[in-house]
Design a binder for this molecule. Structure first.
Ligand code: SPD
Length: 346
């Protein structure tokens, strides 16, 4: 846990105290869900509560590091968290997750085989994929008319003050690594030295850092180009197909965000009931409707409309070069420091 605490260190924040006590005999009739913002439809939460009587307290975060910081602070106990693949990997290494009792999650049969036994959870013991997706370039093609197909194309002087990017140091550094022919997991002190001058050139051009809703600045016309989560790009495309999604030719991050149960969860039974509920095809379909990422539930995918399946950000055509992030241990602290310092310099 010490290593996780250090990874999360830069984001440590005070947390509110869990309200109320539960008696030892009576299972608590609530679960605390700590999940990404703009990812969990209120209708899904309400449907679960209506059916089970279990209240869901949904608290949102905008980065894995923010989630880890609050988790390790211990001020609040969570029944479910929703980390990305590399963070699941780190938490498993540190024995911070409970194994899922699959007999309590029979709808796990709906998870596509390509989303099981991935490197972050090789025995498929701890995690239920929520949504997968990619991180790519969005272009307002009415404003940016030249061809954009690699990271360097985004960070050009002429686009200064017209760029939105995710507020996520690990993602940002992966783009700079890509631009020098390195993979997103080629993180060493040497490669970090190599990306520093690139970031020093790129970051002053950025107008907006936003991991919660990067689509907003594009929709408002505050910016014309950006690097965002695929689900945000899919919503933009639905609003207006002038917003084109481009997966950079150097390669891009393919994330898998999953539900997992922290080792100290007060109500693991309630957590598994929620896991099973969201794996119902008709419920999973509702998540796709609001947040059009790549749905890892094969039965839900069968129920999507042609428009949903043909959205090029949700389900990119062809065979793009995509790669998951791995846990990089202490190097994550360096990445945070490099990006945070450079942003502060302006
Ligand atoms: N609003 C939901 C965003 C989900 C992004 N998950 C991927 C994170 C990888 N760093």
């Amino acid at each position: 846990m010490k290593r996780i605490a250090s990874l999360a260190g830069v984001f440590l924040v005070a947390a509110s105290v869990l309200a109320g006590c539960q008696s030892a005999q009576e299972p608590p009739k609530e679960i605390n869900l700590f999940a990404w913002s703009e990812y969990v439809p209120q209708g899904v939460i309400d449907g679960f509560t209506k059916e089970t009587g279990i209240k869901v307290n949904y608290e949102a975060y905008a980065s894995n590091e923010e989630m880890l910081a609050k988790l390790v602070s211990g001020a609040q106990k969570y029944d479910l968290i929703q980390p990305s693949e590399y963070t699941i990997e780190a938490l498993i290494k540190e024995n911070q997750l409970l194994p899922v009792d699959w007999s309590k999650v029979p709808n796990s049969k709906n998870i596509g085989s390509q989303f099981k036994n991935l490197p972050h959870d090789p025995e498929h013991k701890y995690s239920v994929p929520w949504m997968a997706g990619s991180v790519g370039i969005v272009v307002n093609s009415e404003k940016v008319t030249e061809e954009i197909d690699e990271y360097d194309d985004v960070f050009q002087e002429k686009y200064s003050g017209r760029i939105v990017v995710l507020d996520d140091p690990r993602e940002i550094v992966s783009w700079a690594l890509g631009s020098i022919g390195k993979g997103p997991n080629d993180v060493t002190p040497e490669t970090l030295e190599q990306v520093k001058p690139i970031l020093a050139k790129w970051l002053p051009l950025v107008k907006v850092y936003d991991s919660d809703s990067p689509k907003t600045a594009l929709l408002n016309g505050d910016v014309d180009i950006g690097i965002v989560w695929s689900g945000e790009a899919a919503i933009l495309y639905n609003e207006n197909p002038k917003f084109k999604y481009v997966l950079p030719k150097e390669g891009a991050h393919q994330f898998v965000d999953s539900l997992a149960i922290p080792a100290n969860a007060p109500n693991p039974e309630g957590a598994m009931a929620f896991m099973d509920y969201i794996l119902r095809p008709e419920v999973s379909k509702l998540i796709s409707a609001d947040f059009p990422y790549t749905n890892p539930n094969v039965e839900a995918q069968k129920r999507l409309s042609p428009e949903e399946k043909n959205n090029p950000a949700s389900y990119p055509p062809g065979d793009p070069k995509l790669e998951g992030f791995r846990d990089i241990g202490e190097q994550a602290v360096q990445i945070d420091k490099i990006v945070t310092d450079m942003k502060a310099e302006g």
